[in-house]
Design a protein around this ligand. Sequence first.
Ligand code: CAA
Length: 261
Amino acid sequence: TASYEMIKTEKRGDKQNVALITLNRPKALNALCDKLVSELSQAVECYDKDESVGAIIVTGSEKAFAAGADIKEMLNQTYSKNVKEGLLEAWDKITKCKKPVIAAVNGYALGGGCELAMMCDIIYAGDRAKFGQPEVTIGTIPGAGGTQRIARSCGKSKAMEICLTGNQITALEAENMGLVSKVIPADKLVDEAIKLGEKIASHSPLIIQMCKESVNVAFESSLQEGLRFEKRAFYATFATDDRKEGMTAFTEKRAPNFKNN
Ligand code: CAA
């Protein structure tokens, strides 16, 4: 297995089927420098291909999920270098993962940290987590999806307020806005995220992949187009063995035995 400098990786859960990726650059509060992002996307890609894994969790420390893109790395960037090198473009790789990715956010999720959390499929927050897009306070704007993903998940007024003020919002506020799906005591957060991952991993990975893909279409299309996509994907589940097994198990009053086929 690959050896990483800025992240830790392990398999967790009773069946060792939940991958846990821990951002581990404590001196910089997990600021997302190129190396960290490249290790993170490499790990996500690896686990996406690993058939024993049913869900992937990304977490940080109790102090910081991630305090943003690395400001020191960006300090001397220029417009033309951004265009030529595609500044922050590599982050998108995380969104290409076919398996569910859960962000377990303790502490600061600011700027790129908040954006990374929003690239994940589900966000669980520790009760002392702080979210925000402080880019305007350093003379720039969110550049990894902040202005778009907050607007889509929480609406215009919240997106404008968060992006235009740079203010931090609490875990509870984030939950009320619909940015996070659950708030959990900080020391229980990762365990709860693992339980969530185990629940998801108990289903057919193939069907879970189709389901994730279908929900994602909701953020990229009109309702009619999305409904059409969903219907096709729903019909397509009938081409799988796992659909037959799931429905058969129900009628036979037993647990399904999914084969990922
Ligand atoms: N980039 C680089 N280094 C960072 C960093 C970042 N985003 N955030 C924190 N650090 C570093 C600090 O420079 C400091 O390093 P030194 O000890 O070498 O000085 C170390 O991490 C600890 O940070 P602080 O001393 O500041 O810790 P604190 O507890 O006093 O404050 C904080 C915590 C409020 C999160 C503060 O660190 C902070 O405001 N960080 C920057 C947040 C920010 O502006 N993020 C947006 C970045 S831009 C972006 O993300 C663009 C985009 O859209 C992708």
